[in-house]
Write a protein that binds this ligand. Structure first.
Ligand SMILES: NC(=O)c1ccc[n+]([C@@H]2O[C@H](COP(=O)([O-])OP(=O)(O)OC[C@H]3O[C@@H](n4cnc5c(N)ncnc54)[C@H](OP(=O)(O)O)[C@@H]3O)[C@@H](O)[C@H]2O)c1
Length: 207
């Protein structure tokens, strides 16, 4: 039941004491950030939120950018799972085309796209090949058409919902029904549509 403003003020004390250089937020929505900015003397340096193609949170990203807050993208690949081919865009025919064109893996394409989008992706990888790949994303650039195609990936619901704290007064996320309403308003991309599920994108181990 602690108000996050009290927590933030305590964190501000740490900055004042010189014990901490920078303080930031995670999973805060625009209203909550606004309240922090209004009630505090230190602005958050960063807000870490879920962002991946299909869940770009553009309004929140724009809002953070306007206020000089860096956005860190957690779950930036959308937690790819080869067993059930999710998220579908990652294993789609459109993505397969991009991996061939740029000679990069799907993960590298996505991470580069997110960097160009203006956020800081933090992929998790246990596989050393993946870790190496994920660092090697600055020797190519997606052209405008491919960037547009990625921007048009069919919108999806949030993956990390923290359902167990759904009834908390400060639960920061929209309810599912509201999210679905917005999804219906969005336009799908032709190129990275949710089809050709069976055509798996090969992992390119040498990237
Ligand atoms: N602030 C929050 O509320 C919050 C919530 C969720 C996550 N996070 C943080 O966000 C970070 C990442 O998120 P996440 O783990 O949820 O999702 P993610 O990074 O989108 O997905 C992780 C999955 O992607 C695979 N992967 C990574 N690099 C790959 C590559 N190059 N090719 C193919 N597959 C690849 C990993 O496989 P391998 O492990 O086999 O390499 C792992 O299964 C973590 O540091 C996590 O702590 C923060």
């Amino acid at each position: 039941d602690v108000d996050y403003i009290d927590t933030w003020n305590a964190m501000e004390e740490l900055v004042k004491l010189g014990l901490v250089r920078s303080i930031g937020l995670s999973n805060f929505n625009m209203e909550q950030i606004q309240r922090i900015i209004q009630c505090s003397s230190y602005k958050p340096v960063v807000n870490q939120v879920e962002i991946w193609p299909g869940f770009l949170q553009k309004d929140l990203v724009d809002y953070c950018r306007y206020n000089g807050i860096i956005v860190t993208a957690h779950s930036p690949l959308g937690q790819p799972n080869r067993e059930d081919h999710s998220p579908i865009y990652f294993f789609s025919e459109g993505m397969k085309r991009l991996t061939k064109k740029y000679k990069k893996s799907a993960a590298q394409i996505v991470l580069r796209y997110l960097v160009d989008y203006g956020v800081v992706p933090i992929p998790k990888a246990a596989n050393p090949v993946h870790i190496k790949q994920n660092l090697n994303i600055f020797d190519f650039k997606l052209d405008d058409a491919d960037t547009r195609a990625l921007r048009g990936v069919n919108p999806k619901s949030r993956i990390v919902k923290y359902e167990t704290v759904r009834d908390h007064p400060f639960y920061p996320f929209e309810r599912d029904d509201e999210i679905n309403e917005k999804i219906d308003e969005e336009l799908p991309a032709e190129d990275l549509k949710d089809e050709n599920k069976e055509d798996d994108v090969e992992e390119e181990e040498d990237n």
